[in-house]
Design a protein around this ligand. Structure first.
Ligand SMILES: [Zn+2]
Ligand SMILES: [Zn+2]
Length: 156
């Protein structure tokens, strides 16, 4: 399987649309308490993409800023009409955006390389034996990047 670029996605009402022009660096499940609140679910599935590869192509996103469980200033972009959260970045920027993978038009290829903030995961979650797990924010994402590459979803 090989997924074609650019990836496209948008909010629930369709007013806000985006495009990702390069393969995501990795995909990870985030079980932090902020992700649980933001999505109203047990965890978020985030596609991490290089900042220059991401752009909004329709609509004007609204912004919200908060302090993450790791203590970093975070910025989130969402649709002001339907409220769908689309992507997150850091302030100051790290060059990586987290795109909420459920907002992709085609999420059939999405497969988390691992899970982070497992310490606040809801107790019923069962992880796969070979999942890369991190109790909190990993010091670096190398293992998650390597494993995602090994899936061979995008041409290298
Ligand atoms: Zn919307
Ligand atoms: Zn999170």
């Amino acid at each position: 399987m090989s997924v074609a670029l650019p990836l496209k996605g948008g909010c629930q009402c369709g007013g806000l649309r985006y495009e990702i022009s390069a393969a995501p660096v990795t995909v990870a499940g985030c079980h932090c308490t902020n992700c649980q609140k933001i999505g109203g679910g047990a965890f978020a599935v985030n596609a991490m993409v290089a900042e220059p590869s991401f752009r909004f192509i329709a609509g004007e996103p609204k912004e919200i800023e908060w302090t993450s469980d790791a203590g970093n200033r975070r910025i989130g972009w969402f649709c002001g009409d339907c409220g769908s959260r689309i992507a997150h970045g850091h302030k100051p920027g790290t060059g990586i955006f987290s795109v909420r993978a459920g907002t992709l038009d085609d999420a059939s290829w999405v497969r988390p390389a691992g899970h982070i903030w497992v310490k606040s995961a809801q107790p019923w979650i069962v992880f796969a034996e070979d999942d890369i797990l991190s109790d909190k924010q990993p010091a670096d994402f190398n293992a998650l990047v390597q494993r995602f590459r090994s899936f061979g979803i995008f041409p290298q």
